[in-house]
Design a protein around this ligand. Structure first.
Ligand code: ZN
Length: 410
């Protein structure tokens, strides 16, 4: 079972079918993407999101945001870059780098849900501010609506949002699920700016996509709010006795009102791995992905399986290639709340090169030379349509990190 992060895009009918490419197996010809045929070109805005992997916030949005507040953000970005380098962390999307402190939800006596992140059936409330987008927050719940759910206290961009709204950052952020309403409430009903609009965070039909215009912390906050809303809606009844459940501890879990069983949000671990052999790496594509898109192989962890076992199994299933289990190295992780996955990124070395593609899961899997990838990433025209997920994806981090390693080892 592979991981397909384009599933929701498919539901939206947003993606054209990919092109089936000739050439399979570990033959010499398959090692060079340039021989795969002509690809269609993709713009940067489209070149994100590959395997059910790590996609997200465009780096351009940070740059745009920085223009608004140059010095402070320049300093913060510099500090984050230093932190990322020292901690070995990538600026992958939906990761607040610790700038959303969740902790325990405030007790009922002290809870003040004065800063609400509204959600309506998978959509977030956004508004254009200058050349970027910001979440639109509410300062009071709607009468008769769902109880707010604790998200945490924010720093950086998140704290700025609250200060602009005039609320105490110590009150934290709360998710307000408006999904039970028969239609998405208008800006007038909510008492917010008329420029506010409901949008799917990952709606790539919109140009530019909302996600590309949000500051990274804001994108992460909205993704968390959507993930929590989806979880709460899916656990309204007890799995043990069928009784109704209710939000408990600020919505961090739910409790059955009949038998008292508690239910906490679960995450589905999934792995993505860049398999290498010398100066070649193994990339694959699914037919539903954008034309020319290749990424590292990925898959969900199965019950009773270790991450290492998952890496070996998924690579074997999708490509037929055997992985040296002792060579598996963890690189970084990325939350992927569409709806509730945690993506764990690895590198591993192959024991053989022969490819046998699982036609049900992958359209194509092939070996790519580091020199080809380097040239393709540096020059779109040279790439002939070949592309990998965006810079903020875990897949991108794995591939470009390996290219640097190859370069340094020369
Ligand atoms: Zn129960």
């Amino acid at each position: 079972m592979d991981v397909d992060y384009e599933d929701d895009a498919l539901e939206e009918g947003a993606r054209p079918a990919g092109r089936r490419m000739k050439g399979r197996g570990g033959e010499e010809d398959d090692r060079y993407a340039g021989k795969a045929g002509k690809f269609e070109r993709l713009d940067d805005d489209d070149a994100w999101g590959l395997s059910r992997d790590a996609n997200g916030q465009s780096r351009r949005s940070c740059i745009r945001h920085n223009r608004m507040f140059p010095w402070r953000h320049v300093l913060r970005v510099a500090c984050l870059a230093a932190l990322s380098a020292s901690a070995g962390l990538a600026s992958v999307a939906f990761n607040t780098q610790g700038r959303l402190q969740r902790g325990k939800a405030p007790t009922t006596a002290t809870a003040k849900a004065s800063c609400l992140v509204p959600v309506y059936q998978g959509m977030s409330l956004l508004q254009q501010v200058g050349d970027h987008m910001e979440p639109v927050l509410l300062t009071a719940p709607l009468p008769g609506g769902e109880a707010p759910v604790w998200l945490g206290r924010g720093e950086g961009d998140l704290r700025e949002l609250q200060e602009k709204l005039g609320v105490d950052p110590m009150d934290g952020f709360w998710m307000l699920d408006l999904s039970p309403l028969p239609s998405a409430p208008s800006a007038a009903v909510l008492g917010v700016s008329s420029s506010a609009r409901w949008a799917k965070l990952r709606d790539r039909r919109a140009v530019p996509a909302p996600l590309d215009l949000l500051a990274p912390d804001c994108a992460a906050l909205l993704a968390l709010a959507n993930g929590m809303a989806q979880w709460h809606r899916g656990v309204r009844f007890c799995a043990k006795c069928g009784g109704p459940t209710e939000a408990h501890r600020g919505g961090l879990n739910r409790r059955c009102s009949a038998c008292g069983s508690r239910f906490r949000p679960r995450v589905d671990p999934a792995m993505i791995v860049l398999v290498t052999r010398g100066e070649r790496c193994l990339l694959g594509r699914k037919a539903v992905w954008p034309p020319g898109r290749f990424s590292a192989l990925s898959g969900f962890v199965e019950l009773g399986e270790s991450l290492e076992e998952c890496v070996v199994r998924e690579v074997r299933e999708e490509s037929g290639v055997a992985v040296d289990a002792a060579s598996i190295r963890f690189v970084a992780s990325q939350p992927w709340l569409f709806p509730r996955s945690l993506l764990l990124g690895f590198t591993a070395q192959a024991e053989n090169e022969r490819i046998e593609v699982d036609q049900e899961e992958m359209e194509d899997v092939r070996w790519f030379e580091a020199s080809y990838l380097r040239a393709a990433l540096a020059d779109k025209d040279a790439a002939d349509g070949f592309n990998i997920p965006s810079k903020t994806s875990l897949a991108h981090r794995l591939i470009t990190g390996w290219l640097k390693d190859v370069e340094q080892q020369r």
